[in-house]
Ligand binder design. Structure first.
Ligand code: PLP
Length: 451
């Protein structure tokens, strides 16, 4: 049989459960319940096999920044596939899509971040970073500088290396992670963990855990610190203002490379091209993926400073993926960045739809189930709580309330994500104010139905 969109949904679901293993899913549930079959998408809307139009409050997986249905990206991909569908940049070869995209990224990235090493995804890019920073210090005659400090509950990818950088214990438990020489400090989650401290004190205290860790491990053994400017999949945790400058001060003082994981925060999400600009960081390396191509083609990478590139350039860096610098993905990414510039999508987030969404999202704090409402640019979260004043968490069934809320949103044709009992949005950056109204209406309805 030929499998098409026109088959009955139940048949598609049965075939799916029989043969397709889903990421971050319980396969038995898929067999019982059946996955929703998504058939097409346009703008900020996805459509399922029953014809329902669902507003995508997550931009896919935080990635479809320019929205769905962009003919220009499809046309560029087709053109590039006909002209040069594949070639690599190993062993002294190159091609125009890689050259042009690298030049564009050097122009857009802050400071002296002028050099790009490509990967097929954010996970691969973070694996590159592990090897890159250790190689950097070895080349500088300090091979003992190997430890990378990260944060608990962080998400940096699913490969063995990137999941080790990540701080999710549920992931570490499967497959014997983390790998050696990765150390995790606490995340700056003021609402859940701030206790009686002021936000300012708490921000400093959490940042100074980095300094403590460097002192405990020994400055001569620490290579880098990795963090997202605003932690995304960890729950859109926005730290107090004091946190970010203190992190930068500590990295400077101890000569620790700062890796900003911009996989979510990059390409407009926080209201600037990069989250590092929003929080005032000067990273040595930025991890990029997702919004780089708005998800239209799989591509990620590491943008590195002049200094890091110069040191790495002194040796043969024995690292690369078959799909590093893939010409079709690079051409699509470049066209995506052109669209972002021509339509001033970063300005739209900063001055137009971002402030509008912020006002509506922060008003959710008045809802009886909401203990905290956070938003930066177009990534936001709310913490669900049974008791606002004490900042209580839901008891033994942690995560269940969030899961049920997500299910209600989905039934109401809104995609929101849950992380434990936090609900998250990260919609396409091209969303209009009218579409924000639809999103908010469905979000409030889904919260009300949980009362
Ligand atoms: N880093 C961050 C901050 C992410 O959110 C993700 C994915 O969600 C990754 C890395 C991994 O990227 P990928 O899924 O493309 O491997």
């Amino acid at each position: 049989t030929v499998i098409t969109n026109h088959m009955p949904t139940a048949e598609l679901q049965a075939l799916d459960a029989a043969h397709h293993m889903h990421p971050f899913s319980t396969q038995d549930d898929l067999a019982k319940q059946g996955a929703r079959v998504i058939t097409r998408a346009d703008g900020v809307w996805i459509q399922d096999s029953e014809g329902n139009k669902i507003i995508d409050g997550m931009a896919g997986l935080w990635c479809v920044n320019v929205g769905y249905g962009r003919d220009r990206l499809a046309d560029v991909a087709a053109r590039q596939m006909k002209e040069l569908p594949y070639y690599n940049t190993f062993f002294m070869t190159t091609h125009v899509p890689a050259i042009a995209l690298s030049q564009k990224l050097a122009e857009l990235a802050p400071g002296d971040l002028n050099h790009v090493f490509y990967a097929g995804s954010g996970s691969e890019a973070n694996d590159t970073n592990i090897r890159m920073v250790r190689t950097y210090w070895a080349e500088k005659g300090k091979p003992s500088k190997k430890v990378i400090i990260s944060r608990k509950n962080a998400y940096h990818g699913s490969s063995v290396g990137s999941a080790s950088l990540g701080g999710m214990t549920g992931m570490h438990a499967q497959g014997g992670l983390p790998i050696a020489d990765i150390h995790h400090i606490d995340q700056p989650n003021y609402w859940a963990e701030g206790g009686d401290q002021s936000p300012e004190e708490f921000g400093l205290e959490r940042a100074r855990q980095l300094e403590q860790a460097i002192n405990d491990i020994g400055e001569d053994n620490v290579a880098a610190f990795i963090a997202e400017p605003v932690q995304g999949a960890g729950g859109v945790i926005v730290p107090p203002e004091t946190y970010w400058p203190e992190i930068q001060r500590i990295c400077d003082k101890y000569e620790i490379l700062l890796i900003a994981d911009e996989v979510i925060c990059g390409f407009g999400r926080t209201g600037n091209w990069f989250g590092s600009e929003t929080v005032g960081w000067r990273p040595d390396i930025m991890t990029i993926a997702k919004g780089l191509s708005s998800g239209y083609a799989p591509i990620g990478g590491s943008i590195v400073s002049d200094e890091v590139a110069e040191v790495i350039g002194g040796c043969e860096f024995n690292h690369g993926y078959t799909y590093s610098s893939h010409p079709v993905a690079a051409a699509v990414a470049l066209e995506n960045l052109n669209i972002m510039q021509e339509e001033n999508i970063v300005g739209h987030v900063q001055n137009e739809v971002g402030p509008y969404l912020k006002e509506k999202w922060e008003a959710l704090i008045d809802h009886p189930m909401v203990g905290e409402a956070n938003i930066v640019g177009m990534m936001g979260s709310i913490a669900l709580t049974p008791h606002k004043e004490s900042r209580a968490a839901f008891a033994a069934d942690a995560g269940t309330v969030g899961y049920m809320c997500r299910e209600r949103c989905f039934a109401n044709n809104l995609v929101m994500r849950h992380v434990g009992d936090r609900m998250i949005i990260s919609p396409p950056l091209v969303m209009t104010k009218g579409e924000v109204d639809v999103l908010m209406e469905r979000a409030v309805k889904s919260l009300d139905e949980g009362m």
